[in-house]
Ligand binder design. Structure first.
Ligand SMILES: Nc1ncnc2c1ncn2[C@@H]1O[C@H](COP(=O)(O)OP(=O)(O)OP(=O)(O)O)[C@@H](O)[C@H]1O
Ligand SMILES: Nc1nc2c(c(=O)[nH]1)N=C(CO)CN2
Length: 208
């Protein structure tokens, strides 16, 4: 993983260009993915998702926003969410990337009970290389509700305020204009998603 402001480099990542696979983009493109959870050990699930995304062939996590708490939007009689946004460089086409996101949701034990209902892990493809993709209901990019959700815009603006959501404008401007009263900082990046630090031998409390 690296900083989100780093260059997009290294076309031949992840070994996704074998003959039996989908043709991959020749060079990596930037994508942004929204993370959400409001059931189970929410923080652990989001932390797992960051690592699992980075381990996907053809995907590299290049930035992770802070962790935010948020009051539920849409269906309001459900527990509060934790939300964040990650920046990726990927050689996967958008459809393949979405398949991976849905598979990771399944691995995290997500069961689809109702739209906008509670979930152990939600991964939304917010933005892919600035492209507009309309293949409803399977794939719509930019995510159709991203520009109206403070729990998306606030973490996203930390990573990429100048990124333009086609049809809406720059993420930073949208984040400044939106009502963010239902969103609060839970834990600043990078603390929440990095491996816990082991105490060094001999340090107070390290034992033995
Ligand atoms: N950009 C996108 N990101 C994630 N899923 C998408 C996207 N576009 C279309 N979909 C489709 O939406 C379905 C997932 O819907 P889901 O149940 O997660 O909606 P939701 O999270 O309850 O609501 P919302 O879409 O408002 O966040 C998937 O089957 C997927 O194919
Ligand atoms: N605060 C918050 N509310 C939501 C969220 C979410 O991630 N955070 N996700 C939803 C469906 O994707 C519906 N409502």
């Amino acid at each position: 993983m690296q900083d989100a402001s780093g260059p997009v480099d290294g076309a031949a990542q992840g070994g996704v260009s074998g003959p039996e696979r989908e043709p991959a983009s020749p060079t990596p493109v930037r994508a942004y993915v929204g993370l959400g959870a409001n059931l189970g050990d929410r923080r652990a699930q989001l932390r797992w998702a960051v690592g699992a995304l980075d381990r996907q062939a053809g995907v590299r996590v290049v930035g992770v926003a802070s962790l935010y708490g948020s009051r539920p939007v849409g269906v309001v009689d459900q527990p509060d969410f934790l939300n964040s946004v990650v920046a990726l460089d990927t050689v996967l086409p958008a459809e393949r990337l979405l398949e991976r996101l849905l598979e990771l949701e399944r691995q995290a034990g997500r069961v689809r009970l109702r739209r906008w209902g509670p979930r152990t892990l939600d991964l939304d493809l917010l933005w892919y290389a600035g492209r507009v993709i309309r293949r409803p209901p399977q794939l719509v990019v930019p995510h159709p509700r991203a520009a109206e959700r403070a729990f998306v815009l606030v973490p996203w603006a930390e990573l990429a305020p100048d990124t333009v959501i086609p049809g809406h404008g720059p993420v930073g401007r949208l984040a400044e204009a939106i009502d963010r009263s239902g969103v609060w900082l839970e834990e600043a990046s990078p603390g929440w998603w990095q491996e816990p630090k082991r105490p060094s031998p001999g340090a107070p409390g390290a034992g033995g």
